[in-house]
Write a protein that binds this ligand. Structure first.
Ligand SMILES: [Zn+2]
Ligand SMILES: [Zn+2]
Length: 209
């Protein structure tokens, strides 16, 4: 979308008009005259419910400016959560985290298997800073669609990946969602790894300053 806008601007077909851009939030004027600011903060991966940052601004001479200030702050908050300033791909923070963090053996095995089965194939090549609410929403809904991330076409799930004669254990694949506990676990991996990526970037900036 951003690229499209830029192209249009370059061709002189669209004017830069900030007012016409869709805002990532909406305001509601209450009967009291207060304005409720609401900014979308992504789907909560655990409860599967949309999260919003909310604040009510009372009426007054500065109301309009205050609304803009609150909104800008919320948008920056959401962006800071979703767009750590780093060039790493999603695959790298979990890898780094796995190497450096003092994880127990069992945790490490579990962590690696979740990363290999779900995180890397689905969003491993995304840049960490490009991962926004839209991408994580799509990722979590994919985890709830099919734990095998099949392409949605009918196929046979064979009993082994070795050469074999098919028997009754080879059955048509049926999509099953990943369990909620695994989704929660993956969410913890990602948020831990992302926090770490942000922290490392901060340290990096500090050491260069
Ligand atoms: Zn088979
Ligand atoms: Zn499937």
């Amino acid at each position: 979308m951003v690229r499209g806008t830029k192209l249009l601007t370059m061709c002189g077909m669209a004017k830069r008009d900030g007012k016409k851009k869709r805002q990532p939030g909406n305001d509601e004027t209450l009967p009291s005259g207060s304005i409720r600011v609401r900014v979308y903060a992504g789907i909560d991966p655990v409860t599967n419910v949309a999260r919003y940052l909310r604040e009510t601004v009372p009426p007054g001479p500065d109301q309009k400016r205050e609304v803009e200030r609150v909104k800008a702050e919320f948008i920056a908050q959401v962006r800071a959560q979703r767009h750590p300033r780093t060039d790493a791909t999603v695959q790298q923070p979990p890898e780094q985290h796995l190497t450096d963090a003092k994880l127990g053996f069992k945790t490490r095995i579990n962590y690696r298997s979740q990363a290999e089965k779900h995180i890397i194939p689905c969003i491993g090549r995304q840049k960490v800073r490009a991962v926004d609410a839209r991408i994580t929403d799509a990722f979590y809904s994919e985890l709830r669609r099919c734990r095998d991330h099949c392409n949605g076409r009918p196929q046979v799930q064979h009993r082994t990946t070795q050469q074999h004669d098919c028997d009754e254990r080879c059955r048509p694949h049926v999509c099953r969602p990943l369990s909620e506990s695994s989704i929660l676990y993956i969410h913890q991996i990602l948020s831990g790894a992302f926090r770490r990526a942000v922290r490392l970037k901060c340290l990096d900036d500090m050491s260069r300053a």
